[in-house]
Design a protein. Structure first.
Length: 304
């Protein structure tokens, strides 16, 4: 049986349009006209013999077949881009120092660094998973090339928010939030200074809810363990949340969104650092896509 060779540009159009939620935005991103985008989608549909997109309001969404193809398209495009990067960047050398929040280190760092190492074997990478305050200090001191940090720090000029995530009250799975006998809410928080700590306490104070610090930790794993053990509620995003925990909203004040920001120590990254930063952005988009699908208000992309 002869299988058609799917057009790489058409696959990129499909993936970009569905990821952005708009083929008009895909046309802008890919520097193509709307008619060229439509022609590429038709070409894919003709090759496969099934409709891949359908109208929904004023836009287009994926059909069941389109959703199925999207998964393959991402894999094909990633492998293509990795191959191009490996050939073009085989001689790339240097040193890259990158930081990530502890929330994402286990899930993101190994595959991200593995992908980068395969394409650029002569580049040495130093990666760290630290609290925001530590990474900001290291960025200011120039001992990190770039980092993904929480918030939008005005004192770091070379930074841009990539996505916004809602902050949530986090407690044990399958257990309701509990108060003390004096109606104070026990809290499990990072040591000060901490953005999440400040935001949570301010929300409780504004709502007139009494609270007490039940447990503090300098590590996220300690925070998760104490919360899962029922020592108190914590404040974080629901991204990369362990199965032993869940978010709550009943009888607790609403919390705002928080930005995930890519910050660098200088205006222009060296080529190796710039390439790893691009992979980090792609990883962020992939990691938050499922969160958006499950709860459309749960994450908002700011820049691609």
């Amino acid at each position: 049986m002869n299988h058609p060779n799917l057009d790489m540009d058409a696959l990129r159009t499909l993936a970009t349009g569905l990821e952005l939620g708009s083929f008009a935005k895909a046309a802008e991103r890919l520097c193509r006209s709307p008619s060229a985008i439509s022609a590429q989608l038709r070409k894919l549909e003709d090759q496969l013999g099934v409709p891949l997109v359908q109208k929904s309001g004023r836009g287009l969404v994926a059909t069941e077949a389109g959703e199925s193809l999207l998964g393959y398209a991402r894999r094909i495009l990633e492998l293509n881009d990795e191959a191009v990067g490996a050939v073009r960047g085989a001689e790339m050398e240097g040193w890259v120092r990158v930081g990530l929040p502890q929330d994402f280190a286990d899930a993101w760092l190994p595959p991200m660094l593995g992908r980068f190492a395969r394409a650029h074997p002569r580049v040495r990478v130093e990666a760290c998973a630290e609290r925001n305050t530590v990474m900001r200090e290291r960025l200011a001191a120039g001992t990190l090339d770039f980092a993904l940090i929480w918030g939008e720090p005005a004192d770091l000029p070379h930074s841009a928010p990539l996505v916004r995530l809602p902050i949530a009250w986090i407690g044990p799975a399958n257990a309701a939030p509990r108060r003390d006998a004096d109606d104070a809410l026990p809290l499990v928080l990072f040591e000060s200074p901490c953005l999440f700590r400040s935001i949570g306490i301010a929300a409780l104070d504004a709502a007139g809810i009494s609270w007490r610090i039940a447990f503090t930790s300098s590590s996220l794993s300690g925070l998760w363990a104490a919360t899962a053990a029922g020592l108190g509620m914590t404040v974080r995003t629901a991204a990369s949340l362990p199965a032993s925990l869940q978010s709550y909203s009943q009888d607790l004040p609403a919390l705002p969104e928080i930005a995930l920001t890519l910050a660098s120590s200088q205006a222009n990254l060296n080529p190796a650092a710039a390439r790893l930063a691009d992979i980090l952005k792609e990883t962020l988009v992939d990691a938050t896509r499922e969160l958006v699908r499950q709860a459309p208000s749960a994450a908002r992309h700011v820049a691609a």
